[in-house]
Design a protein around this ligand. Sequence first.
Ligand code: UN1
Length: 495
Amino acid sequence: MAKEYANLINGKPVPARSGKMYENRNPADQDDLVGVFPSSDAEDVNDAVAAAKAAYPEWRALPAQARGDIMRRATEILVKHKEEFAELETREMGKVIKETRGDVQEAIDTGFYAFGESRRLWGTVAPSELPNKMTYVTRQPMGVWGMICPWNFPMAIPSWKLFPALTCGNTAVIKPATLTPASVDAFVGALHKAGVPEGVVNIVYGSGSKVGEALLHHPDVCGVSFTGSSEVGKRIAEVTGKNLKRCSLELGGKNAQLVLNDADLDLALEGVLWGAFGTTGQRCTATSRLVVEAGVYDKMLEMVVEAANKLNVGNGLDETVEMGPLVSDGQRNTVHEYVEVGKKEGAKLVLGGEPLAGGDYDKGFFYKPTVFADVTPDMRIAVEEIFGPVLSVIKVKGFDEGIKVLNSTRYGLSSAIYTKDVNRAMKAVELIEAGITYVNAPTIGAECHMPFGGVKDTGNGHREGGWTAYEIFSELKTVYIDYSGGLQRAQIDNA
Ligand code: UN1
């Protein structure tokens, strides 16, 4: 029997008020039922927000270091259960076990980083313009945060949100992606075992249209952190904007790897294979476009097609498998629709372009690694996010055109340039419109202690990851202390 999950409200399992449930099945093997989860709605969100609100005063009153210590203990639990959690993630999300180990590791790194930051939570001190007076800035928690999570990093991304938010002294209601809820249950379980008090973190399972919308509109939610599509992100910005609430958005990408004539092509090949087909192309940072200078275009294309064709696609629990399934049938259909669009637009399909069928493939949502050649920068497959194992290869005349093509989408998350010319590498760093640029490394693989996010339609200026996450989840308080014993009027007595 598959495990039946309940929402977690005030530390207790609570079924959805509607009593409705849904099944979570393995995308590599639909016979494998991972669990049955509640389909919640607004009433459940109200209960969870009330619990988070009630837990807030006590949690915010703890010294930050004490909160950080709980984060450390939770992280040690993740270390202990890394293999078990990685297997669970692969079962519900499909990406290969090596990558889900990396996903849990990213949560571990983020947790230990939070432990460190809990002893800093920097403010600044400045001299006052008046004598016998000082002024400084300190950080304060904000209240109840709503967190809406994606399915592609089932544990890492919830950890990017929860670790810093909790360390700053906030409480939270988290909505896992409907496709990957068990990983959030495992993660929050570790937080509770480590000593996070009841009500500080609450989980409400269910759809974006019900649970997400309710969180978004709830008057007691002080901010919403969301990772997902730009379309939904705009909706979240609209509602939170209207209500003067903070929102942190990490949205779509159409990331490109630029390969110049002088590049180490073997290195560029390894980079694009990992960037385009790792996580079955389902990363916001995935390499979706390979932009190649004319002198090495034919060679690079030939190398990519040959290597991508050899990728071992299958169930991610098998250590020898290099690429897992798409996360759902819906996602596979979207990918296939884009392939049809690409063909109609006149791009040359040189590899893949169809689902993998027969034998065990019929149990899941497998798709062939797909490569389009002779893509032009205005085609839809060159500008729209596909979120699947589809690579569009574009030929450019030189560096300037390459940069122009890189910048010709509405997104701006990650980017990469392969060259041995340090001058052009530095110029690319200056000119590429993206939140992240890699030199001689693929577009995926950001490190947890560095700011993560993008420009243009990829976000709204916030950066989760690193110190900048702590800026998102805290409010500044400016303090003036006058120890003169008299009234000192700024801008008047000292003018
Ligand atoms: C995402 O796809 O939303 O940089 C996050 C990377 C990972 C995070 C990706 N560390 O590819």
